[in-house]
Structure formats: structure tokens, C-alpha cells
Design a protein around this ligand. Structure first.
Ligand code: IPM
Ligand code: MG
Length: 362
């Protein structure tokens, strides 16, 4: 199969981890006889430096013309400490999600058995945890009207959802639940927020079309607690943009590290695949970032955008094998990990490639 992929590495460790994700795609192409071609595009701080804009028009055009996007990260500490900055790297990511209509963000929380000890949660509460988050990605307080008034002394962001926005992601989540354990938990704050009451109403309506799926509704505060108390009670979790942002960072601790979690942002057009972690400037350039979230994002791309099930499985197996062989990046190592098993970004990438039986040529 021929596929054209746009690589948008972005900022910070985005560059380092995406390079590994791309090598893995190349290895898969070689192993399975596919032809993947690539283009690169700018976003975030890197794009601001080069063009003055966090999302150059060219990036959107290239992305729309591609079969899938491999994304790194956006962000720069300079902006985090400057709340008055009008142009910000994150606008690039939000902009591309909106421009491509990527309304559904799938974040699978898969715990590799070997990493049971890497989590701060007791293993007996974790073993077997397997959650698929559906985070709505183009609505909510992220995209509602925002601004300042009273000469800047009052600020507001509007939490807003329309029926169709809730319905289309709910349908995706229910469809996924039907292929899994047929359990779905919808998370909102319907005891307080009007937008959450609409959310719940629509989810209840969609639920009637899926009588086999066991549905529960939880408030965000309770869901945050239950996720740590008993992660195995969850199968599919469906939630809005802001709650999903927060809950999935929390859920990353179930998988041992943010460095392990991949995500797929899909809608009606080109899918975008990215680690859930950020640009991590504290470790940028040190060669220690965990590339496995990018590698697993590549696996999601193969599976969801290209329908290449065996190829995706080969990648996930390679990750599994490398972890079984005892190799770790710093973030997933523990006191028992021998120092010669703690690898940097590139070395971890080479282990994955070895397991895909392809030698690195570069
Ligand atoms: C994420 C990130 C982004 C978000 C930021 C970088 C804008 O935290 O993808 O989870 O809030 O959606
Ligand atoms: Mg986030």
C-alpha cells in the first residue's frame, strides 16, 4: 500500500521522539512491502520562530493532502511564564485539530504487564486495567468564546457544547464499546453545568440505540477519584475536552508514565497521531525522552487510518518484547532496573527496530 504521511514534530522532545516513530513506520513499510512517503511541516514555537505564526497555512494544506499525520508536541516554557503573550505555540495544535475537524481523541490506556511496578498505584489494583478514553476535541471551553472585560480585570472562557458535537463522539464511543467489554462511562459535571446537562441528555439518547452497552454516568470529581481507586472498573470512558485533558493525564499513571501513552485524533478527514505528553523542555536535547508514546502512536496510525492490523500488532509486540527484555527509558525504570538496561531515546528506538528485525541504516 502507498501512503503519504506528514510529520509535524513541533517543539521540545517532539523532535526526538517523532524521529523514532518515523523510523518504526519505515521499518514496517520495509517489512510488509508498503511504500510510505513523508513530508514535514511546522507548528508551535518552531513555526512562530520561522514564520511568526503557530500554524502556518502550508501546514494545514499539507496535512489535508496527506493520509495521516505523525505529530510530536507543542509548547515552550517562555510562554508558560508569560500569560500576556498573544501568540502561543498551543494555538497551533488547537488550530490544526479544528482545521481538520478532529473531534474525537482516542487515548487507550494500556498497561504493559512489565510496567506494573513503574506505576505509583499498587499492582494488585492495576493488573489487567484496559481503558479507552474518548475525549471530545474541538468543542468545550477550549473553543468557546473567551476574553477580558472590565479593562482586563475580568476574564472568561465559555464552556459550550451543541447537540451534534456530543452525539457524533458518543456514537464513536458506543461503537468502540460494542467491540470491547460493552461498558461505557460518560463523565460530566451535570450537577452544576448546563453544558453537562445537555451532554448527559444526548448520551442517554444515544445509549438507547446500544441496549447491549452497560452505561454509567459519573461526575468529573468522582471519576477522577474512581480512576485511581479502581481503574479496572472502566472500559470505554467518554468525556468532554477539558475533563478529558485532565483525566487522561491522571490515567497515564495507570500505564506507568506519560511517556507510554499514544493518542489518535480522528474526525471525518485525515487522522493525527500524537503522544499525550507535551514538549518537556526540562529534558529536551538530553536524549532521554521515552519514544514509546510516539512508537505506539505510529501503531495507532497503522491500525486506524491505514487499516493495517497485522502491522500495528507487530509494533505493539515489539514494544512488549523490548519491555520484557528489561529495557527501560528513565521515566519507566525503577530501583530494580540495572543501569545498563536504562536507555536513551535513540537506543530505545534501536531496540524496537531490532525486534522488528530491521537494522538501523542511518
Ligand atoms: C493535550 C495537551 C494539549 C491540550 C495542549 C498542549 C494544548 O495537553 O493534547 O492533552 O490541552 O489539549
Ligand atoms: Mg493534556
Amino acid at each position: 500500500m502507498k501512503k503519504h504521511i506528514v510529520v509535524i514534530a513541533g517543539d521540545g522532545i517532539g523532535q526526538e521522539v517523532t524521529a523514532v516513530g518515523k523510523q518504526v513506520l519505515d521499518a514496517i513499510a520495509e517489512k510488509f512491502g508498503h511504500e510510505f512517503t513523508y513530508d514535514e511541516a511546522l507548528i508551535g514555537h518552531a513555526a512562530i520562530e520561522a514564520t511568526g505564526h503557530p500554524l502556518p497555512e502550508e501546514t494545514v494544506t499539507k496535512s489535508k493532502q496527506s493520509d495521516a499525520i505523525l505529530f510530536g508536541a507543542v509548547g515552550h516554557p517562555k510562554y508558560d511564564n508569560d500569560p500576556s503573550a498573544k501568540v502561543r505555540p498551543e494555538q497551533g495544535l488547537l488550530g490544526i485539530r479544528k482545521a481538520l475537524g478532529l473531534y474525537a481523541n482516542l487515548r487507550p490506556i494500556k498497561l504493559f504487564d512489565e510496567l506494573l511496578q513503574a506505576s505509583s498505584i499498587k499492582p494488585e489494583f492495576l493488573k489487567g486495567a484496559d481503558i479507552l478514553f474518548f475525549r471530545e476535541l474541538t468543542g468545550d471551553v477550549y473553543f468557546g468564546e473567551k476574553g477580558r472585560k472590565d479593562e482586563g480585570d475580568t476574564a472568561y472562557d465559555t464552556m459550550i457544547y451543541s447537540r451534534y458535537e456530543v452525539e457524533r463522539i458518543a456514537v464513536k464511543a458506543f461503537e468502540a464499546a460494542m467491540t470491547r467489554r460493552k461498558k461505557l462511562c460518560s463523565v460530566d459535571k451535570a450537577n452544576v453545568l448546563e453544558s453537562s446537562r445537555l451532554w448527559r441528555e444526548v448520551v442517554q439518547e444515544v445509549a438507547r440505540r446500544y441496549p447491549e452497552v452497560e452505561v454509567e454516568h459519573q461526575f468529573i470529581d468522582a471519576a477522577a477519584m474512581l480512576l485511581i481507586k479502581d481503574p479496572r472498573r472502566f472500559d470505554v470512558v467518554l468525556t468532554g475536552n477539558l475533563f478529558g485533558d485532565i483525566l487522561t493525564d491522571e490515567a497515564s499513571q495507570i500505564a506507568g508514565s506519560m511517556g507510554m501513552l499514544a493518542s489518535a485524533s480522528v474526525g471525518d478527514t485525515t487522522g493525527l497521531y500524537e503522544p499525550i505528553h507535551g514538549s518537556a523542555h526540562d529534558i529536551t536535547g538530553k536524549g532521554v525522552a521515552n519514544p514509546l508514546a510516539s512508537v505506539l502512536s505510529a501503531a495507532l496510525m497503522l491500525d486506524i487510518s491505514f487499516g493495517m492490523k497485522a502491522e500495528a500488532e507487530a509494533v505493539v509486540n515489539a514494544v512488549d518484547q523490548v519491555l520484557k527484555a528489561g529495557y527501560r527509558t528513565r521515566d519507566i525504570a525503577d530501583a530494580q532496573t540495572p543501569t545498563d538496561r536504562i536507555l536513551g531515546t535513540e537506543a530505545m528506538g534501536r531496540q524496537i527496530l531490532n525486534h522488528l528485525s530491521v537494522q538501523v541504516t542511518a
